[in-house]
Design a protein around this ligand. Structure first.
Ligand SMILES: [Zn+2]
Length: 309
């Protein structure tokens, strides 16, 4: 069976259901912090219909997850947002306002307010928007979450941001970014802040949260994250993780109490033509990102890590 198809995703859901992991939305996790759970998070970056298909599949298995919608024409589709909300999934805001404001936080916060209000208008009476998660863009020198160095998302009715509000030293984080589950160095901006970077965040200081696993860095000096990952995998008796079958084995081992899975539905498709296109597209992006990593590691020693590309 090919990987990154809905059929393969269904195998993953079946594996989860065969264990006693609770499946949690991001907001659900922040509210109840289950001791043993899988947080299931999706970034709706493009291809809304693939998101809809994944949402339906999860619904059939009685699974509720979180879908973060970008406010761009391709994904900001009220009908799809409402359909997914009506299945009981959490709807969140996948913001990229620093990109839209060219790195200017004062402009960015205005856009944030406006776009969040749009999403709330659409979902009014159906669900509430209680979490937001930044979108990653490897081509920009800033990160969208830099907004929270100056502002606090709680002032806008947002209770949590997965990059700040989840302690990844207690939650094992896996992403399909790059169309593999492997811990790629090519991820220019993936995952999680370093603790010291987090402590600079106003939102963070107020919440007293800490960051956790540093997994992918842009330079050669990122090793602590990989060590943590190796330790976690060894504890679970899993050698390495690259394919969805590896993730399934990790889940079935039930050795890790809390896992967060970031799945980009646009990368998972059934028809062979679309699947091959995704593969080629991702390979081009990976080559491009490797170049950016190389460039950045030469120009400045800064860990740049972000979300799903
Ligand atoms: Zn994204």
């Amino acid at each position: 069976m090919r990987d990154f198809t809905l059929q393969k995703y269904e195998s993953l859901l079946q594996a989860i259901k065969s264990t006693d992991y609770a499946v949690s939305t991001v907001h659900g996790f922040l509210e109840t912090a289950p001791k043993k759970c899988i947080i299931l998070r999706h970034d709706v970056d493009r291809a809304v219909n693939r998101n809809l298909e994944m949402a339906k599949l999860e619904y059939r298995y009685g699974i509720r997850s979180t879908y973060y919608f970008r406010h761009v024409e391709e994904t900001f589709k009220p009908e799809a947002i409402l359909q997914i909300a009506n299945m009981g999934h959490e709807i969140g805001f996948h913001y990229e306002v620093m990109d839209k404001a060219n790195g200017n936080p004062e402009k960015a916060i205005e856009i944030f307010k406006r776009e969040l209000e749009d999403l709330r208008l659409i979902t009014r009476g159906v669900t509430e928007i209680r979490t937001a998660c930044m979108h990653g863009n490897p081509l920009k020198p800033w990160s969208n979450r830099d907004l929270w160095k100056k502002y606090d998302f709680r002032d806008f009715g947002i209770e949590g941001e997965p990059y700040f509000s989840i302690d990844y030293s207690k939650v094992f984080y896996l992403t399909d970014t790059g169309r593999t589950w492997a811990d790629l160095k090519i991820r220019v901006k993936d995952t999680i802040d370093r603790p010291e970077a987090n402590s600079r965040s106003k939102a963070n200081a107020r919440q007293g949260v800490n960051a956790g696993i540093e997994r992918t860095g842009s330079g050669s000096d990122s090793c602590s994250g990989s060590d943590l990952r190796d330790t976690a995998l060894a504890a679970a008796g899993v050698k390495d993780i690259a394919s969805t079958d590896d993730v399934i084995r990790l889940v079935e081992s039930q050795k890790l109490p809390r896992i967060c899975l970031l799945v980009h539905p646009n990368r998972w498709c059934e028809d062979p033509g679309g699947w091959a296109k995704e593969l080629v597209f991702q390979n081009i992006k990976n080559v491009g990102k490797a170049g950016i990593v190389w460039y950045r590691s030469r120009t400045r020693k800064k860990d740049a890590m972000t979300a799903g590309l």
